[in-house]
Design a binder for this molecule. Sequence first.
Ligand code: ADP
Ligand code: MG
Length: 230
Amino acid sequence: MTTALKTRTGLALRGVTLTYPDGEHRLTALDGVTLEVAPGEFTAVAGPSGSGKSSLLAVAATLLRPDSGEVLIDGQDAGALGDAARAALRRDRLGIVFQQSNLLASLTALEQLLVLESVRGGRPRGARERAAALLASVGLDGSKQHRRPHQLSGGERQRVNIARALFGNPSVLLVDEPTSALDHERGAQIVDLLAEVTRTHGTATVMVTHDRDLLDRVDRVLRMHDGRLA
Ligand code: ADP
Ligand code: MG
């Protein structure tokens, strides 16, 4: 992982349109979406199922190329980059928590983070200590760090997901429906945790949700409807 200082300006989407093939036509999932999220700002995107929230995150994560419009990560235009450079941008600057938890069943919480370093080409000195400290900072102490996903609660698994997303020291943190599998109290705790990590890590954080009860805990709420942001 690079230790060079990152210039952080956060996330910007400009006039982003995304369509999917739909029979003989195209379905417009994102319709001219413009959005800026500054470092240290926690923005929620709320909207009903099917309104385009996950599509928005996939485009912001540079996993899907929009039909038109720009995606800027720390000022870098993702659309101008080739696949390898885009993957590097993702690795170095983005933290992503998907709706489907993709924790590996055979790995402990600690190993979920450390495996990323192996993928990045070697484990730098201190990685294990840093991973342990990060897990502790999201509320997973001691023996829980050595448990596998099935030995953790849903809320604890979500904490591992968040710690893993933060492990690469991202500028932009993208989180899809983090509370959908949790009861209200656990969900509120996870949103509070995201608010806290946004402050302490200075990430430009976007959380998408259809859960309206948790929106008083974020800096800003944007509403999505039929692929448009209000
Ligand atoms: P949300 O996350 O708000 O539920 P999505 O971004 O998942 O919304 O979906 C927006 C629209 O795009 C929906 O109409 C959905 O059916 C459609 N859609 C999502 N993914 C695909 C895909 N891979 N192929 C075709 N249509 C898709
Ligand atoms: Mg979704």
